[in-house]
Design a protein around this ligand. Structure first.
Ligand code: SF4
Ligand code: SF4
Length: 428
């Protein structure tokens, strides 16, 4: 199979460490912390007060505009509404709930004739369930559904999971193929598209077989197998790989949904099921027993790691996400949020070299999937030269980490570009 987008790399996948079998449920914790903003957009306002009793699945935060509601993931009592740290280091107003371990559930009802729903009806149910993009961006999914009705011939389902180590999407495809295929069919029908294409890399043979068996000869769904290459799951690269179409800078990527999001859309519409739990890959050479676990949102990283067998004493770094695009956490007292797909525990920290040197080898430019010139961007970022950073399209950098990965001089390229974007936005 030939490569279908420019640049990219082949890092070691490390996926066999954690893949295989169903996700193991993590016991519900004594306390959950539910941040009121777990998506791109405006934060929710709390719908509960300290001392209130809540049911599992009850909506406890919502708001106007581009906002995705949040729900209680245990039944119990609200003990605090206060700022708490989330993965990534920000402090976010959060609802803290003490678990009564009764799992008393709020009523949930799905649509019976779900294949006849309009895009607006699907979007409303998806919004009510608090479904956001699970591929990293956490964009409210209902907005994407509502804005793409009748505007696309093909719905694209991103099942690449190209980031090394992570196998949470892989697990949902292997263990719940009915929800994935059901969601793909539902989206194709609601958006009035010809079909949904599930794009998956060839390093997931069990998932490919499970999806094919489930889809059968269904004309609304196609499984498209792509050669494995990072960052194939990035939206512009995936659209190019599947459709041959380039997305212009700044243009919307259209009807593209992550595969776990697709399963959650199906559950929201057919069962009225809010987003309460998710599969998280606990992995890395620091994890004592790498595996996938099923976690209630709001459970602390510490509780998840403990339930997954703990970490080695010489663990140097814990990352929320993968090694390429994840963010190191400095405390395990942060909750799993809707966008958490992995907790990566490493015994060697991915720190930059003490004396990074550019030897002008050009490797960074050759792997950049956005055709940028990382060595020049780095130079201008260090000089704080905003004009040249714009001239060299810094804002097109998608922070994929390919340039840092190949740089023999160990320059902290991606990290520097993240900071330089803040400079362009007017920060320091
Ligand atoms: S890969 Fe590193 S050393 Fe090579 S040109 Fe780019 S920044 Fe310089
Ligand atoms: S991090 Fe940015 S500059 Fe580096 S390879 Fe990725 S897109 Fe290109």
């Amino acid at each position: 199979m030939k490569q279908l987008f420019g640049g990219g790399i082949h890092p070691d996948g490390h996926k066999d460490m954690s893949r295989g079998g169903a996700a193991v449920p993590v016991p519900a914790p004594e306390t959950v912390v539910i941040p009121l903003c777990q998506h791109i957009g405006s934060a929710c306002k709390p719908l509960v007060a300290v001392g209130d009793a809540v049911l599992m699945g009850q909506k406890i935060g919502d708001g106007e505009g581009r906002c995705s509601p949040v729900h209680a993931t245990v039944s119990g009592e609200v003990t605090a509404i206060e700022e708490r740290e989330v993965p990534g280091g920000a402090k976010v107003l959060s609802v803290v709930i003490r678990n009564d371990f009764k799992d008393a559930r709020a009523e949930a009802k799905g649509a019976e004739d779900y294949m006849s729903l309009s895009a607006a009806e699907v979007a409303a149910m998806v919004r009510e369930a608090g479904v956001v993009g699970m591929g990293g961006a956490a964009f409210p999914t209902n907005s994407k559904i509502a804005s793409n009705e009748g505007k696309t011939e093909t719905v694209l389902i991103n099942a690449c999971e190209c980031e090394p180590y992570i196998t949470s999407d892989d697990t949902i495809m292997c263990t719940c193929p009915g929800d994935v295929i059901g969601g793909a069919r539902l989206l194709a029908k609601a958006l009035k598209a010809r079909k949904s294409i599930i794009a998956i890399e060839d390093n997931k043979p069990e998932a490919i077989a499970a999806l094919r068996a489930e889809a059968g000869e269904d004309e609304l769904v196609e499984i498209r197998v792509l050669p494995t290459r990072y960052p194939q799951g990035a939206k512009k690269q995936l659209i190019l790989a599947v459709t041959g179409r380039e997305v212009a800078p700044g243009a919307r990527s259209g009807a593209l949904f992550n595969v776990t999001t697709t399963a959650n859309i199906f559950r929201a519409v057919t069962k009225g099921q809010p987003l309460l739990e998710k599969i998280v890959t606990v992995t890395g050479d620091g994890a004592n027993a790498p595996q996938n676990v099923l976690v209630r949102i709001g459970t602390s990283f510490a509780d998840v790691i403990k339930a997954a067998g703990g970490i080695a004493e010489d663990t140097k770094q814990v990352i929320a996400g993968g090694p390429m695009m994840g963010k190191a956490v400095d405390t395990l007292d942060v909750p799993v949020v809707k966008g958490t797909n992995s907790i990566l525990c490493l015994t060697k920290a991915c720190d930059a070299a003490a004396d990074p040197v550019c030897i002008r080898c050009g490797k960074c430019a050759s792997v950049c999937p956005m055709y940028l010139q990382p060595l020049y961007l780095y130079r201008y970022a260090k000089a704080g030269d905003k004009e040249m950073l714009n001239e060299y399209y810094l804002n097109d950098c998608m922070e994929c980490g390919c340039c840092s990965f190949v740089c023999p001089g160990k320059l902290p390229l991606t990290e520097t570009f993240v900071q330089a974007k803040q400079l362009l936005k007017g920060g320091k």
